[in-house]
Design a protein around this ligand. Structure first.
Ligand SMILES: C[S@@+](CC[C@H](N)C(=O)[O-])C[C@H]1O[C@@H](n2cnc3c(N)ncnc32)[C@H](O)[C@@H]1O
Length: 293
């Protein structure tokens, strides 16, 4: 690995929290292969001297894994749908607090965020607080303030999330792999076509009721403060494995400080909680989730 590349890897790691690794260096070498060693050296130096590090957000776009899909991780979805969300709504009703704030942190192109919105709306319908008029048309729960925020470090995926347009490829790795058919009514089919290889593709649009509860923003979790606070639930999944230890601790601090007391949070099954002070760990239905005391 060239010296300039290794300095750049360090800058990127400081900025985004990504682990310094050979594969990161190789990706950078590939992206920057047109530059001479001298130009690269000067460019890296200018980044090191720039307090705002303007080039780093653009570089990070090409270095992250953005893979995601709706209803990812069945066990986590089951516990959210059957326990965490219904209990949250009931607790709120008892407390006379008709507001719910959820954060899908590192949401990529928005599938996780819309999944949370679909499951929350279903909870409201099941609790008879919201009415399903006909396919996909739902009266939002009267008098409730619902905010479901999706954030990601990448501007490109946040643009896609805001559009709310997703392709179903029937097989393979589309956003709809593993999709429970009952939730299909939250989408409108906008186009059907066959690609050049003869594969049938369908393009779906997220319906407007669902969209009205959801908003998206660019946010780097490797920051000292959360973008907002007072959350009842935060999901931050399939991110920690890419981050170095210090960044994992920082991200988890940010998530904890974004939550209200009694707020829940969930990582991926393989992730570890760095600091359990003031946190209760719940292990149920094949999942681990946490509660801020
Ligand atoms: C593999 S995707 C996970 C998406 C979704 N949470 C899921 O589980 O399906 C990881 C996402 O983390 C984002 N990411 C990486 N570093 C980040 C950071 N420092 N702050 C916010 N998002 C970050 C990437 O851009 C990527 O979209």
């Amino acid at each position: 690995m060239g010296k300039s590349i290794s300095r750049l890897v360090q800058q990127i790691s400081n900025y985004s929290g990504l682990k310094e690794s050979d594969s990161l260096a190789r990706k950078l070498e590939f992206i920057l292969k047109g530059l001479s060693e001298n130009d690269l050296d000067q460019w890296v130096q200018s980044i090191e001297l720039d307090p705002y590090k303007q080039e780093l957000p653009a570089l990070v776009e090409d270095l992250n894994n953005h893979e995601t899909y709706f209803f990812r991780d069945e066990a986590q979805m089951r516990i959210l749908e059957t326990k965490i969300l219904p209990e949250m709504v009931k607790r709120k009703l008892l407390a006379g607090d008709k507001s719910i704030k959820i954060w899908s942190a590192a949401c990529s192109s928005g599938e996780e965020t819309y999944t949370l919105a679909m499951m929350l709306l279903k909870t409201f319908i099941d609790e008879k607080l919201s009415v399903k008029l006909h396919e996909g048309l739902i009266l939002p729960p009267h008098g409730w303030l619902i905010e479901i925020n999706g954030t990601d470090i990448s501007r490109q995926v946040i643009c896609k999330a805001k559009e709310g347009i997703y392709e179903s490829a029937g097989n393979g790795l589309s956003s709809f792999r593993n999709f429970p058919p009952a939730y299909m009514e939250y989408f409108t089919l906008s186009k059907e076509y066959e690609d050049t290889l003869g594969n049938k593709k369908k393009i779906y649009r997220v319906n407007e009721v669902l969209k009205s509860f959801v908003n998206f923003d660019v946010f780097n979790l490797n920051s000292p403060m959360p973008p907002k606070s007072g959350y009842d639930l935060v999901l931050c999944r399939n991110l920690m494995i890419y981050l170095h230890d210090e960044a994992q601790e920082k991200v988890q601090r940010v998530i904890k400080s974004s939550l209200s007391p009694g707020g829940m949070f969930m990582f991926s099954a393989v992730d570890k909680l760095c600091n359990s002070v003031g946190i209760e760990t719940h292990r149920e239905m094949g999942c681990v989730y946490y509660e801020k005391m």
